[in-house]
Design a protein around this ligand. Structure first.
Ligand code: GLU
Length: 479
């Protein structure tokens, strides 16, 4: 048997972290078994579905490296298949037209509520005679198609994550709506119905999705049985929770996968992190791996039932590891657009080799790619603002004359930049401590007392002739 799994997002919003994590698990499972990963866009809700959300979902999956083997299939292009399916159930007497009006359903719900009962449809139109149907039709009532659910049924499946699952037919809310109607006949199918038709048609062997779909699974199994189809294996993955233990939501500041991209996370780190949301490798100390590595050992035996807490600190840590191991030229490709967006100019010698030098300098200090913007600002602006600490440093005794001496040396040995030599000479000539010079140079060149390697920073500023400009400003402040 070839494993066939699918991710079936509804394009009613951007690619969400929950859907993306489900996609990761499907992808890992498919790749582990050498099977197929299928993409299906569940766009039957025409009011809420938007092409731009579909685009966002496809781009997001590609960005994460979750390549699919078949699709994307669009449910809106498959309506005939669903209509045929509905007709089949009607013909076999397993489904029927229900003419109950919304007001009647409301009244039913109210009376159930008053009796402290769970709301459910009371199957009142299950056995209408043709005459009764004709009468409702003549009244001009619209109808829906309901699938008969046997209350006395027990629905059992062995979930790959949660083990034995048992649902009672009586807990499914009465006969379920599987399609709406139009004036001319069967119309829009509902989610649970279209999913089963598609999963049968696409020969899906394993349905891997979030645990919020468990109740749907019970209903869907009854539909498989009605069609005498092969029931796939089910695997309900744990929800992603915030640090407070509640379902991760918009309030936690993340909606789409691209929010993470905007925050400066790399696709590899995010995909790696998502694979750890509920799953752990055999060697649980191993935390950094590509999706391909994870696929080699992925199995549902190592997926937790409990919700997976989203841990920003861990994602940050993973991201920093990926950034630090990134080759400089690739990291430069990532950072150039961020610098452009920040309005930084690439003129006055800020060409590729120089940019790569800058990237090599700041890379070890980056946690998120976006950190590079603030961290490298001083290399993209001529002037620099001196912090309070830097100002105090520059005003110390002897600093101004030492910096002046350095400036003179820079101006006279324009072609032969030898910073170590210059410092040595100033120490010797002015009897000033090397530490004081170094701290003052940092203050003067960068405006701050802390930052990346000083000598390399100086070299990078020197390459675009900014060191002299900075020293002049520092001397003016110091004297
Ligand atoms: N369209 C459903 C969703 O986005 C798919 C659920 C399923 O995998 O069956 O939640």
């Amino acid at each position: 048997m070839t494993v066939r799994v699918r991710i079936a997002p509804s394009p009613t919003g951007n690619l969400h972290i929950g859907t993306a994590r489900t996609a990761v698990f499907n992808w890992l499972f498919a790749r582990h078994h050498g099977g197929k990963f299928i993409l299906r866009i569940e766009d039957t809700d025409q009011e809420r579905s938007r092409p731009e959300y579909t685009e966002n979902i496809l781009t997001g999956l590609r960005w994460l490296g979750l390549d699919w083997d078949e699709g994307p299939f669009f449910q809106t292009q498959r309506l005939q298949l669903y209509k045929d399916g509905v007709q089949k159930l009607l013909d076999r007497g397993l489904a029927y037209r229900c003419y109950t009006m919304p007001e009647e359903l409301d009244a039913l719900r109210e009376s159930q509520k008053a009796r402290n009962e769970a709301p459910r449809y009371d199957n009142r139109h299950r056995n209408l005679t043709p005459e009764q149907q004709a009468a409702f039709q003549a009244e001009g009532r619209s109808f829906v198609i309901r699938f008969k659910i046997d209350d006395s049924r027990e629905i059992v499946w062995k979930d790959l994550v949660r083990g034995n699952m048992v649902w009672r037919g009586s807990d499914l809310g009465g006969d379920m709506v599987i399609a709406r109607a139009t004036e001319t006949g069967i119309g829009q199918p509902l989610y649970n119905f279209a999913v089963v038709i598609d999963d049968m048609d696409m020969q899906i062997t394993h349905v891997i999705r979030g645990e919020d779909h468990i109740a749907n699974t019970a209903k869907q199994i009854l539909l498989y049985e009605a069609f005498e189809g092969n029931v796939p294996k089910f695997s309900h993955t744990p929800l992603i929770l915030n640090m407070k233990g509640r379902k991760l939501s918009k309030r936690d500041g993340v909606t789409s996968i691209f929010d993470f991209q905007k925050m400066g996370f790399t696709a590899e780190a995010l995909a790696n992190y998502m694979s750890l949301l509920g799953w752990s490798p055999v060697d649980s100390t191993q935390e950094i791996f590509t999706l391909t590595d994870a696929a080699k050992q992925f199995s549902f035996e190592r997926v937790n039932k409990a919700g997976a807490k989203f841990d920003w600190a861990k994602l940050d840590w993973l991201n920093s590891q990926y950034i630090h191991s990134q080759p400089v030229d690739q990291l430069t490709d990532f950072l150039v657009p961020l610098w452009s967006d920040a309005g930084y100019n690439f003129d006055s010698g800020r060409e590729r080799p120089w940019l790569e030098k800058l990237v090599a300098l700041i890379a070890p200090s980056l946690t998120r790619l976006t950190d590079a913007v603030a961290m490298s600002q001083l290399f993209f602006t001529d002037g620099v603002e001196f912090s309070e600490e830097a100002t105090t440093q520059l005003k110390q005794e002897g600093v101004s004359s030492a910096l002046e001496r350095i400036l003179t040396a820079l101006e006279s040995d324009a072609d032969d930049f030898n910073p170590q030599g210059i410092i040595k000479q100033v120490v010797k000539e002015q009897g000033i401590k090397k530490g004081l010079i170094m701290r003052s140079l940092r203050a003067g060149l960068t405006g701050e007392m802390h930052g990346p390697d000083l000598m390399e920073s100086w070299q990078i500023l020197h390459d675009i002739s900014l060191d002299k400009t900075r020293l002049k400003a520092a001397i003016a402040l110091a004297s």
